[in-house]
Design a protein around this ligand. Structure first.
Ligand code: ADP
Length: 469
């Protein structure tokens, strides 16, 4: 009960201090110190600590030196005199004037001269320091032999002068340190500001960067090493952002361009219908057919664009499950044979494997590649689809004897809306999005997609999917 009351009392008493402490901490957190100020303050702190260490160690060193000199010149003489007169001190011999007192103890460390029952012999360094600081006396301890017995001696000297000398040294060093500070402060603040200058510059330039001047870069010349590295890293990041931004802009412009053509075609047919097609059955049928075709085309394009946009946003969800790859491969074989009667089709699945993935999406990716082979292989050409295990992957290889792809186009065909020159005709169709979608799907299943091609001879695409053992 009493303890609780005391605790509450203590809490009440300490409350104002706690409030002040909280206020100070909050204030310090809010205060915004510049890096230059912090660097200068750190240098200053180090300087002050060094000066203090120098002051204390110099004066301590001087004191030790003085005491050693004192011991050689005075104390040894006094000890000899005391030993000579022991045990009867009649003041025959002269002692140094700075002796305040001396005590002698026997070998059981009991006081024998001047007899004082409370006093005990001590040569403890702590006691020596305590005496030095509080009583301003230096206690010298030694032992000697007399009448076949050991005796211990403590002599107290007045250390006022030596302490004053030490204090003067401390003051001297501190005053010189303070004078040094006057020179040091402008130098360190100037150095810190010069060191931080490039950062200020970077902040100013970075503030001005917008989409309209996205090509602005930081000046990497003349800065310090780490700052130079920071500027270079920042510039590299800006390069990537600019590239992404330009790519996005190009994509939007290409996609609008792709949509413009079917809209123009639809508009043309609508105008034709409006003018003279209402009563002309042939014009009516042709227009309806063309409009249907173009709207299908547009729908296909928009769905592909949405797929890519969803993938970019990370919103593409796969409903993955374990399944046998043979199930979709045989389905694809059946469907392809049904829709394509113009080519010589061969299907050969050597192995089967369990795959963990989205059946619909994987089928979509394989279909995209087979549809391309159909599109880019002249009639009566060969299209061969095989499936087999190799190392950690199940490989679905689609080979054709089609128009092939030029070497320079090989690493671009997976880019969005890219179409190799020889395939850019409206008759063939396509928007240059199929392979980007196939790539997204295959990568989404931790797989790989490879292509080999020879212009005029044919192409070979391989979808590699990791399988479950
Ligand atoms: P597209 O809709 O134009 O076919 P894709 O992204 O599927 O778009 O293909 C991109 C480009 O790659 C095609 O325009 C074509 O130039 C080339 N390509 C893809 N597959 C083949 C192939 N089997 N033979 C020749 N060229 C191909």
């Amino acid at each position: 009960m009493i303890k609780r009351i005391l605790n509450s009392l203590l809490n009440i008493l300490l409350y104002p201090f706690k409030l002040i402490l909280r206020f100070v901490i909050r204030l310090l957190k809010r205060l915004k110190f510049s890096i230059a100020f912090k660097i200068s303050a750190s240098y200053l702190l180090i300087y002050i600590i060094i000066i203090l260490i120098v002051a204390v160690s110099t004066s301590a060193g001087c004191m030790v030196f003085e005491f050693q000199k004192f011991e050689r010149n005075t104390i040894n003489q006094d000890v000899e005199n005391i030993k000579r007169e022991f045990p009867d001190f009649k003041g025959n011999t002269s002692m140094s004037s700075s002796i305040k007192s001396f005590e002698i103890y026997d070998d059981s460390l009991n006081s024998v001269y001047p007899y004082n029952n409370d006093k005990r012999y001590s040569d403890n360094i702590i006691v020596v320091l305590e005496n030095l600081l509080y009583n301003r006396e230096y206690v010298y301890s030694t032992d000697f032999e007399a009448n076949n017995r050991d005796y211990y001696l403590n002599i107290s000297y007045d250390a006022e002068l030596m302490i004053n000398d030490a204090f003067k040294i401390i003051v001297l060093v501190l005053v010189s340190g303070a004078v040094g500070l006057l020179i040091f402060v402008p130098i360190i603040s100037n150095t810190s500001y010069r060191l931080i200058g490039p950062i200020k510059n970077m902040t100013e330039i970075t503030k001005t960067i917008t989409v309209n001047n996205i090509n602005t870069r930081l000046d990497v010349k003349g800065t310090q090493d780490e700052l130079k590295e920071l500027s270079q890293t920042f510039n590299e990041m800006m390069d990537r952002i600019e590239q992404g931004y330009k790519f996005q802009q190009q994509f939007v412009s290409d996609a609008s361009h792709e949509l413009r053509t079917p809209i123009a075609v639809i508009k043309g047919y609508v105008n034709m219908l409006d003018r003279w097609g209402k009563n002309d059955k042939a014009v009516l049928e042709e227009s309806i057919g063309a409009i249907k075709n173009e709207t299908d085309n547009m729908q296909d394009l928009i769905e592909k664009l949405l797929f890519i946009a969803r993938s970019d946003k990370g919103n593409l969800a796969y409903s993955k499950e374990d399944f046998k790859i043979s199930t979709i491969l045989y389905e694809i074989e059946k469907e392809t044979k049904m829709i394509d009667v113009n080519h010589k089709l061969y299907f050969k699945f050597y192995d089967d494997a369990n795959i963990y993935g989205d059946i619909k999406r994987i089928k979509q990716a394989i279909r995209i590649i087979i549809d391309n082979s159909i599109k880019y292989t002249p009639a009566s050409g060969y299209i061969m689809v095989s499936g087999f295990l190799q190392d950690d992957y199940y490989i679905i290889k689609i080979e054709d004897t089609g128009i092939g792809i030029e070497k320079k186009d090989l690493n671009k065909i997976f880019d969005r809306l890219y179409r190799a020159e020889q395939s850019r005709s409206r008759e063939i169709g396509g928007h240059g999005l199929g392979l980007s979608i196939a790539k997204i799907i295959v990568l989404g299943h931790k797989g790989k997609i490879r292509v080999k091609s020879t212009i005029g001879k044919g192409s070979e695409f391989s979808i590699m999917l990791p399988y479950i053992n």
